[in-house]
Design a protein around this ligand. Structure first.
Ligand code: GDP
Ligand code: MG
Length: 315
C-alpha cells in the first residue's frame, strides 16, 4: 500500500512590530441607571411600611448580630405533633411562622437562623409538627426569642388546621406575633384569606411576609442575582400597595384587628452577601420588634421608637 502524502500548508508567521502600543484597559461600563445592585436595596425598596418606620442600617445590623449562630443559638427546643402537648412553662417571647404548605416557611427560618436546622422540601405538607427554636441563648441562660415553625395549611396539610390552631395561638401567652407567609408569585389564595379572617376574628397579632420575592423582581432568577431593575422594584411596590386593603381591611367592615401595617418581602434563594439572603435582615428586625428587643437593654444606643410603633399598632 502506498503511503499517502498530505500537503499541509503552514501559515506564514505573523510578525508583530515591537513598537506596537499596548491598548490601555477599557474603562468599566457606566452603571446602568435602571439597575440596582442587590446590596444597595433597602427595606424601603423591598417592603411597605405604613404603620411603622423602616428599620435603619444600625437597627438592621443589630438584628443581624443577634441571629449570628453560636454554640447555644439557634437551638432546637422542642417538637410537638399535638398542640395540647407543647411546653407551657417557658416564659421567653415567641413568634410563629405560618403559611400554606410549600410557601417557604422552613427555608426562610433557615435563612433567618443562618443554619439549615429546619427540614425543607419541594413536596407540600412535609412539616407535620410544630418545631420550636431558641435564638440568642447563652450557656445556662434563656433564649431571647423563640421561633415556631408551624405545619402548613392547604394542600396535603393536617386536617385539624383551622380552629384548633387558632385556639392554640390565641391561648398561648408567650406568643407576641404570628408571621403569615404569602407566596409573592401567587398572592393571597382562598385559604390564606380564610386564615387571615380567623386571625382577625380571634384578635391574634399578625403580620404578613411575602416569600419568594425573587419571582416578582425579575423573570429569571439568574438576572435577579446580578441586580434588580427599577421596573421590578416598582412592580413589587404596586403589588404591596394593592395588598394593603386585604391584610388590613377597613375597621368598619372587619370582624377584628387586621395585620400590622408593615409588609415585608424576602427571598431565601437570593444571596446578597456571605450568609445574607435578600430581605432577611428586615424580617429579623420585625421579629425583635415583636419580641420587644430593641437593643437598648444590650448596652447599645438604639432608639426604641420603631419598636414601640410596631408593638402599639397591635392589639
Ligand atoms: N424561588 C424561590 N424558591 C424558594 C424560596 N424559598 C423556598 N423556596 C422553595 O420552595 C419549596 C418549599 O420550601 P419550604 O421551605 O420547604 O416550604 P414550607 O413547606 O413552607 O416549609 C422548596 O423547593 C424551596 O427550595 C425562595 O425564596 N425563592
Ligand atoms: Mg416546612
Amino acid at each position: 500500500m502506498k503511503a499517502c502524502i498530505c500537503r499541509v500548508s503552514i501559515p506564514a508567521r505573523r510578525i508583530y512590530s515591537t513598537s506596537r502600543t499596548i491598548p490601555s484597559p477599557q474603562p468599566p461600563p457606566p452603571p446602568n441607571p435602571n439597575k440596582r445592585e442587590l446590596k444597595d436595596l433597602t427595606p424601603s425598596d423591598l417592603c411597605y411600611y405604613w404603620d411603622t418606620k423602616p428599620p435603619n442600617a444600625e437597627q438592621l445590623a443589630f438584628a443581624d448580630k443577634l441571629f449570628i449562630p453560636s454554640r447555644h443559638s439557634p437551638l432546637k427546643l422542642w417538637s410537638a405533633s399535638k398542640f395540647r402537648t407543647t411546653p407551657m412553662s417557658s416564659i421567653e417571647p415567641e413568634v410563629a411562622f405560618l403559611g400554606r404548605s410549600n410557601v417557604g416557611k422552613s427555608s426562610l427560618l433557615n435563612a433567618i437562623m443562618g443554619q439549615d436546622i429546619c427540614w425543607t422540601s419541594s413536596k407540600p405538607g412535609r412539616t407535620r409538627e410544630m418545631n420550636a427554636f431558641g435564638i440568642g441563648g447563652t450557656k445556662g441562660g434563656e433564649h431571647k426569642v423563640v421561633l415556631l415553625d408551624m405545619p402548613g395549611y392547604g394542600k396535603a396539610s393536617r386536617s385539624e388546621w383551622g380552629m384548633e390552631i387558632m385556639k392554640y395561638l390565641q391561648g398561648r401567652k408567650q406568643l407576641r406575633r404570628a408571621f403569615i407567609l404569602i407566596d409573592s408569585e401567587h398572592g393571597i389564595k382562598q385559604n390564606d384569606a380564610y386564615i387571615l379572617g380567623l386571625f382577625r376574628r380571634y384578635a391574634i397579632p399578625h403580620q404578613i411576609i411575602l416569600s419568594k420575592v425573587d419571582k416578582v423582581l425579575g423573570k429569571k432568577q439568574k438576572q435577579v442575582k446580578i441586580g434588580v431593575s427599577t421596573i421590578g422594584i416598582q412592580r413589587l411596590q404596586d403589588m404591596l400597595q394593592g395588598l394593603r386593603e386585604h391584610v388590613q381591611p377597613d375597621p368598619r367592615v372587619s370582624e377584628g384587628p387586621g395585620a400590622l401595617g408593615e409588609l415585608i418581602t424576602c427571598s431565601a434563594d437570593i444571596t446578597v452577601g456571605p450568609g445574607r439572603m435578600l430581605g432577611v435582615n428586615a424580617v429579623r428586625w420585625a421579629i425583635l420588634s415583636a419580641a420587644g428587643i430593641d437593643g437598648s437593654l444590650e448596652g447599645g444606643t438604639l432608639a426604641s421608637e420603631n419598636v414601640s410603633a410596631a408593638s402599639t399598632a397591635l392589639p
